[in-house]
Design a protein around this ligand. Structure first.
Ligand code: MF3
Ligand code: CO
Ligand code: CO
Length: 269
């Protein structure tokens, strides 16, 4: 390992060591495999509670730990956000209908390392406007990831996402952001999905964080329902989100949560 890298930056961002990438790779892969495994169950007629039950069982079967059960009083192994739900949808009695789009977000802990990822699914047939929203959101995430390399800034990541999404006449949610992670779930910095090129903390090799843009077909404003978790678009427009956990390398970044089955995007695999 590189002794100089075991430190916290002036922005409070932990710099991890080479060996720590191994732990993140294992945790990220576990979370991604769980999202791969749930895909065939996403069909019209199933409830979001049934999808969460499957995820809970998968987590147990693998001998890993859910990071969300017990987190700030949250009781489920996943967040499932359907249609105009932006994020933090609580699994429950909702029955999926043909054409519903949904984000499933899973975070697991493996040997103390956190793997956090989410992706979009569709129940039944994917409508044209939903497909475009999903495509633009996925492309926004990938453009943000492409901006991850030492010397760039967090503002470069946000700018890459925002400029692309707005060029497609969709909006980036401001009320929720990505986050540092590693041996903790949520750590500095706040990873904004909008911003100005050249602004914000400078990226360094050994930083671990998520990028998880939420994109709306309508306006960016959200509100949280009375359950204190479910965030929805104020204008009821459709919303989509994709999330990867990444680590900054010498030349770019490693995606810890890539789909082993090649199913990260709902029209793939
Ligand atoms: N996995 C979410 C994230 O991307 C956090 C979910 S917290 C919960 O940061 F309590 F709502 F599960
Ligand atoms: Co996250
Ligand atoms: Co997440």
């Amino acid at each position: 390992m590189d002794e100089m890298r075991a430190r916290i930056t002036k922005d409070g961002i932990r710099i991890y060591e080479d060996a720590d990438f191994v732990g993140m790779r294992i945790a990220g892969r576990s979370a991604a495999e769980i999202l791969d495994a749930v895909a065939p169950l996403v069909v019209p007629g199933i409830t979001t509670a049934e999808l969460d039950d499957f995820i809970t069982a998968e987590i147990a079967r693998r001998g890993v730990t859910s990071a969300t059960i017990g987190y700030k009083g949250y009781k489920h192994a996943s967040c499932i956000s359907v249609n105009h739900v932006v994020c933090h949808g609580i699994p429950g009695a909702k029955v999926l209908a043909d054409g519903d789009i949904l984000n499933i977000d899973v975070t697991v802990i493996v040997d103390g390392w956190f793997g956090d990822t989410s992706r979009m699914y569709v129940a039944g047939a994917l409508a044209r406007k939903s497909e475009r929203l999903i495509e633009v959101t996925h492309e926004g995430l990938m453009r943000g990831i492409a901006a991850v390399k030492p010397g760039n800034t967090f503002g470069d990541i946000g700018h890459a996402i925002q400029s692309y999404v707005e060029s497609q006449r969709m909006s980036v949610v401001r009320d929720f952001c990505g986050h540092g992670l590693g041996r903790v779930f949520h750590a500095p910095p706040n990873v904004l999905h909008y911003g100005r090129a050249g602004f914000g903390p400078v990226l360094e090799e050994g930083m671990f964080f998520t990028i998880e843009p939420m994109v709306n077909l309508g306006r960016p404003e959200t509100k949280v329902l009375s359950d204190d978790w479910t965030a929805v678009t104020r204008d009821k427009s459709l919303s989509a989100q994709f999330e990867h956990s990444v680590g900054v390398t010498a030349t770019g970044c490693e995606i810890f949560t890539a789909s082993p089955a090649g199913k990260f995007h709902p029209t793939w695999g």
